[in-house]
Design a protein around this ligand. Structure first.
Ligand SMILES: Cc1cc2nc3c(=O)[nH]c(=O)nc-3n(C[C@H](O)[C@H](O)[C@H](O)COP(=O)(O)O)c2cc1C
Length: 163
């Protein structure tokens, strides 16, 4: 059975809901095992044993979150040249922008020679003030449906072997 690894980090809950939606979408494909792992716990062995990837991170200070970056820092060189050609998608939870986090993840995945198989999805929580930014987030159902669709598409492509 092919495996889809979903690595995520979240501080106020938005990216966590998005990652859970990706997993729900992937679960609609019976031939795929989806594993959702918090970035702080994800190890290089998790990366090596997966057949495809979804990375989900907040944008913090015009960057992917530090915990997500730490995941890539810990795993990048141990996995280099061992993932070539595998498919991935990236999802960003942002207050208002998200472009830099998207660029960073795409650049790292290019280094890993992964193949992006969906447009990077940026979900805006429209959090602008410190109070809004620090408040727990609720991602709208239509946005979660877009996350789930990415999970379903990746899982279906993996199952069919089309990537
Ligand atoms: C320290 C910090 C820095 C942030 N910087 C940005 C930023 O540069 N661009 C942006 O669009 N949102 C920024 N945000 C807003 C978060 O991306 C937004 O609150 C998002 O919902 C966080 O995802 P999470 O709920 O999964 O933690 C920042 C939030 C924090 C806490």
């Amino acid at each position: 059975m092919k495996a889809l690894l979903i690595v995520y980090h979240s501080m106020t809950g938005g990216a966590a809901q998005m990652a859970a939606a990706v997993e729900r979408g992937a679960a609609t494909e019976p031939g795929i095992a989806a594993h959702r792992i918090a970035a702080a716990s994800a190890q290089v062995a998790d990366v090596l044993r997966a057949d495809g990837y979804v990375f989900v991170t907040p944008e913090n200070l015009a960057s992917m979150s530090g915990v997500m970056k730490d995941f890539f820092d810990r795993t990048y060189y141990a996995a280099l040249d061992r993932l070539n050609g595998r498919p991935y998608a990236a999802l960003i939870c942002a207050g208002s922008d998200g472009q830099n986090a998207a660029r960073q993840i795409e650049r790292i995945c290019t280094g890993w020679r992964l193949k992006r198989v969906a447009d990077t999805l940026i979900v805006s929580t429209h959090a602008q003030t410190p109070e809004e930014i620090l408040a727990p987030k609720t991602i709208a159902p239509d946005e979660l449906a877009r996350c789930a669709a990415i999970g379903a598409a990746l899982a279906a492509g993996l199952a069919l072997g089309v990537f």
